[in-house]
Design a protein around this ligand. Structure first.
Ligand code: A2P
Length: 279
């Protein structure tokens, strides 16, 4: 065998739909975010998700590699020239056990077919929008909070984020802080629009200014008293929900009890739901 053929045989196959990592930030041993180049042809609506991943390990006998893909909400807004993602790290998670080690310059696979229900088109017009999230479920809202339509459509934008501890709130807290201070963001979204954001972070396993599951704080009315807003009303209030399956189910029940109906792209309603990427 000539050295050339040997080299060719060993060459790593180019990733299909490859994009290059441009930034990586680790927040805790469970959470990180990263940015990648955006395919020139990719158009999406803020709040949608795409399939991303890496090549899996070679098959022990055939040596063949298959892509390992998972759904990830795009955390960056539709106008951004790069794409941002916010991810959990799961030690034995097939994808995230590898993905957590990516570095600037590495490549990931990104299928450029955005879909999802956490989009303004799936909601009827209203006065006040709630973004309810837990854990990495904050990601689609990181996109929507940087989207001008969010502020054009609503007078108030209430963002709740519940995590186990304070460190897990960092990505969301930093994002809100940065959009309120970044000159480019202020110019794009408007200072008076940014004043519509009401950020309501809570923790469940570490002491913080506000503790408790958001579901409990809705049920006992504390959320509304704390913010000085009336209880949920299907005439005025809209909601987008993103968290674990159990969380989504519990919030959906609370929305329905308040008279809000679930919407979809084909039939807009008063609230919409999407499962956050887990594992
Ligand atoms: P808790 O600590 O009481 O389980 P995780 O990190 O496990 O994804 O959870 C993120 C946050 O979501 C935690 O603060 C957790 O609270 C909360 N949570 C999990 N399930 C629900 C649920 N069904 N309703 C409301 N909050 C939930």
């Amino acid at each position: 065998q000539s050295p050339v053929t040997e080299a060719t045989a060993k060459a790593v196959p180019a990733l299909p739909d490859a994009q290059t990592v441009t930034a990586v930030t680790h927040y805790t041993d469970r959470l990180f975010s990263f940015r990648v180049t955006r395919p020139a042809s990719l158009r999406f609506r803020s709040g949608e998700f795409v399939m991303i991943g890496l090549m899996g390990d070679p098959h022990p006998e055939t040596g063949k590699q298959k892509p390992l893909l998972r759904a990830y909400s795009i955390a960056s807004p539709s106008w951004d020239e790069e794409l941002e993602f916010y991810s959990i790290k799961v030690e034995d998670g097939p994808l995230t056990s590898k993905l957590q080690h990516i570095e600037v310059g590495d490549q990931i696979i990104l299928k450029p077919k955005p879909v999802g229900t956490l989009v303004h088109d799936a909601l009827l017009p209203g006065k006040r929008i709630y973004f309810f999230s837990t854990g990495t479920g904050f990601a689609p809202f990181a996109s929507l909070l940087r989207e001008p339509d969010t502020y054009e459509n609503y007078d108030e934008v209430i963002v709740t984020h519940t995590c186990r501890d304070v460190a897990e709130l960092t990505y969301g807290a930093n994002l809100i802080e940065s959009i309120k201070q970044d000159e480019m963001m202020i110019e794009l979204l408007g200072e008076e629009n940014l004043a519509k954001i009401r950020y309501y972070p809570t923790t469940t396993r570490e002491k913080s200014a506000k503790m408790g599951r958001i579901t409990t704080l809705i049920e006992n009315g504390e959320l509304f008293t704390d913010l000085g807003v009336p209880p949920l009303n299907p005439e005025t209030d809209r909601a987008m929900v993103c968290g674990s399956l159990a969380f989504n189910k519990d919030i959906a029940a609370l929305m329905e009890a308040a008279g809000l109906h679930e919407g979809a792209n084909s039939e807009p309603g008063e609230f919409v739901i999407e499962k956050a990427f887990v594992g």
